[in-house]
Design a binder for this molecule. Sequence first.
Ligand SMILES: *[C@@H]1O[C@H](CO)[C@@H](O)[C@H](O)[C@H]1NC(C)=O
Ligand SMILES: *[C@@H]1O[C@H](CO)[C@@H](O)[C@H](O)[C@H]1NC(C)=O
Ligand SMILES: *[C@@H]1O[C@H](CO)[C@@H](O)[C@H](O)[C@H]1NC(C)=O
Ligand SMILES: *[C@@H]1O[C@H](CO)[C@@H](O)[C@H](O)[C@H]1NC(C)=O
Length: 457
Amino acid sequence: MRALFVVLKPLCFLALLGYCPSATIRPKEGWQVYSSAQEADGRCICTVVAPEQNLCSRDAKSRQLRQLLEKIQNMSQSIEVLNLRTQRDFQYVMKMESQMKGLRSKFRQIESNRRTLLTKNFQELKGKMNELQPLIPVLEQYKTDATLISQFKQEIRNLSLVLTAIQEEIGAYDYEELQQRVLGLEGRLRNCMNKLTCGKLMKITGPITVKTSGTRFGAWMTDPQASPKNNKVWYMDSYTNNKIVREYKSVSDFVAGVESRTYNLPFHWAGTNHVVYNGSLYYNKYQSNIIVRYSFESGRVTTQRALESAGFHNVYPYTWGGFSDIDLMADELGLWAIYATNQNAGNIVISQLDPLTIQVLNTWNTEYSKRNAGESFMICGTLYITNSHLTGAKVYYSYSTKTSTYEYMDIPIHNQYFHMSMLDYNARDRALYGWNNGHQVLFNVTLFHIIKTDDES
Ligand SMILES: *[C@@H]1O[C@H](CO)[C@@H](O)[C@H](O)[C@H]1NC(C)=O
Ligand SMILES: *[C@@H]1O[C@H](CO)[C@@H](O)[C@H](O)[C@H]1NC(C)=O
Ligand SMILES: *[C@@H]1O[C@H](CO)[C@@H](O)[C@H](O)[C@H]1NC(C)=O
Ligand SMILES: *[C@@H]1O[C@H](CO)[C@@H](O)[C@H](O)[C@H]1NC(C)=O
């Protein structure tokens, strides 16, 4: 004979829902009046009498269930994102794997009748084969990643099934356990996503020409820290004698030439190696080794700091010159400066910077001459250096700040317009922004992700 007088207006219904969860699951509290609402004219429009305790806790449980379901939906979405991200790489891996298999069998064939073969060809093939050999464990690892994702999918599907069943028969399940399971899954998923966003550079595709504008030398970029909806583009033409930054609301506005703002910087810049990071522009002040942080929001320089002992003004530029001595960039791990010093014999020095104070947090010395580098960009704490700004450029050398080790590599990059004066990675877009002889171009990168399987327990 429980009475639940929800009369008329939805207002009352809301009041009921609002109250029940706070009446936590204490047993047998009997009847309670939770609210009685009156309209402005004083007319009583409804009376809400509390339902019996178990009915109320049933609502609390429903609410918990709804939340769990929502969480699971969120996780499903994340998994979809992961899927999309990895699909691209996965296709590449598959192709490479079959190529390798083909090569291996060809190699065996040749080995079996090698007498008929010229030694030179044989050596060539053998060299190629040896080059590819280390990729095999990487490929194996990649398969594990794919397995991990499909396991997540399966688990989420299972949980959804359980939840749906429970919704039909509330009370028959241990919520604590279910909650724990969801939380655990969520944690692992987050872990998985973090790892999947970082990886080793394997391939560069493109470019896509976004626009043709400006002089032969310049820079354009988006903010990797901006929210996904914010796609503002900043454009800084020329490497010297300029201090005008143009802002566009989106890439399509940029293409259409619809400017939203211009900023007149207080100091001229040097080179084309500026970066926009978390709402601020970081750039090298002309004829100095000072790094300037300019806030777009306040329209002011918030910080200036000299990069100690960094060469500047064409002492240690990239191969093309253009005062490109100090290259500022950002990746998944934060803000970086790439430069060279006399102490390191003109070889490239990597410093991680505090984005607020521009103080150097940590420094690594490489053995790659800055003047012999075409460009460089940072992905996941590894610096990749190209050997030229001209046709035939390739990523030739990499230095991992994580392990303080270097590696020679050979990743071609299509220098479509023959002169590259800027190349920077954007972690949000997972793309390389380039200024290619008056063309603003984008390259895609393929990264290899390695997930440790101890996450799977
Ligand atoms: C699901 O994602 C949305 C948007 O990201 C967020 O507002 C909401 O709190 C999430 N729900 C749960 C239960 O985590
Ligand atoms: C999902 O449920 C199926 C069938 O009940 C079971 O075989 C499988 O192990 C479960 N998967 C996970 C990841 O819990
Ligand atoms: C970005 O800026 C906001 C404030 O504007 C700050 O709270 C946040 O920590 C900054 N993020 C990074 C990665 O520096
Ligand atoms: C990068 O890859 C995405 C997804 O495959 C594609 O839509 C985009 O056009 C590519 N961009 C470039 C620069 O190749």
